[in-house]
Design a protein around this ligand. Structure first.
Ligand code: 2Q2
Length: 322
């Protein structure tokens, strides 16, 4: 048994325990937080297929869903330690560099037009540089997400209704600032712990886009889908920079082109899925609640702005006037 464990760790660390001909030259392990039904998972499976084909079997990608391999923060650390290779991440990177906060800053972006302007503008460039320099990750494009909404077991129409509601948030400082300012009790927690915590009542609410709410089965433990739309965001599929640099130039080229195709593939699935997934949530018994969005925005805007460093305030001001 000990030998098996040892072998497993050696496998993780050195890619192969006893090399044989069937082994790919590069095995890339991917930790995802979503399950097999989500567009990110499907996109990575597609990526793995086209990469294997185009590299003639030299690159192989393994995709692990539902945080089985690692929770988001751990996945980042394991990539940095060169133990695994890829994941999806975004504003969680605020824990490494501050500008990542703009991936998911509450009430900043209005729609996907704003989003694409940010991603393709100076802020997106800066983010990708910081990602490499401060967190050792290379962006492979971006996946657009639907707006985040609050789910709960009592309807929330106005911030006054929150009244100490225990809301799970990802490990991202701006989310804590937001829900505190609104009068809730934000509790940072890894995504894979949310379902059970809702079931057991250690948290009372959570917030995510329709697709992820549906994907994680939250309709089983949450009755109301309060249409707060407080965050519009994207995530980056990423690979460790060290791992990327290890690929020879011909494979790097194949890799980056395949990553572009993965992004296009995911975007198509995302657009298709956004329409469908709301019906599914309603069919599962969730009640959609209209909220006073202005009241939400007004109550938290100042707190969010004040939580930014002077440098980030400058960027924020610029983004607002553009
Ligand atoms: O709720 C979650 O954990 C995700 O939807 C997060 O928003 C996502 O992982 C980002 O925090 C990306 O870093």
């Amino acid at each position: 048994f000990r030998k098996t464990i040892l072998c497993f760790f050696i496998l993780l660390t050195f890619n192969s325990c006893k090399p044989d001909k069937a082994e790919p030259e590069f095995l890339l392990r991917t930790a995802l937080l979503v399950n097999e039904e989500h567009t990110w998972y499907k996109a990575f499976v597609y990526f793995s297929q086209i990469l294997e084909e185009r590299s003639k079997g030299r690159i192989k990608v393994e995709v692990y869903p539902s945080e089985q391999l690692a929770k988001e923060i751990e996945a980042i650390r394991l990539i940095q330690a060169d133990v695994i290779d890829m994941t999806t991440t975004g504003s969680t990177l605020t824990n490494w560099f501050e500008v990542a906060t703009f991936c998911e800053l509450p009430f900043l972006m209005q729609d996907s037009t704003d989003m694409n302007r940010y991603i393709n503008g100076p802020i997106g460039k800066l983010m990708e540089e910081e990602m490499i320099n401060k967190s050792g990750l290379r962006s492979l494009g971006h996946f657009e997400r639907g707006p985040r909404h609050l789910t709960s077991n009592r309807p929330i129409r106005h911030p006054d209704d929150l009244d100490g509601l225990i809301v799970r948030v990802p490990n991202v400082p701006s989310f804590v600032t937001l829900w505190k300012a609104l009068g809730a009790k934000p509790t940072p927690m890894a995504f894979s712990e949310v379902f059970t915590s809702l079931q057991q009542g250690t948290i009372e609410a959570q917030e995510n886009p329709f697709a992820l709410i549906n994907n994680a089965g939250f309709a089983e433990v949450q009755k109301y889908l309060n249409l707060t739309g407080h965050v519009i965001s994207w995530v980056y599929p990423v690979i460790g920079e060290k791992q990327f640099q290890r690929l020879p130039p011909d494979l790097q080229k194949i890799f980056l082109l395949a990553a572009n195709d993965m992004q296009a593939y995911e975007h198509h699935l995302f657009l298709e899925n956004e329409k469908e997934v709301q019906n599914q949530l309603k069919a599962k018994g969730m009640e959609f609640i209209e909220v006073d969005k202005d009241a939400f925005q007004q109550r938290c805007e100042e707190a969010i702005y004040n939580s930014l460093s002077p440098e980030m305030k400058k960027i924020y001001d610029q983004l607002k006037v553009e």
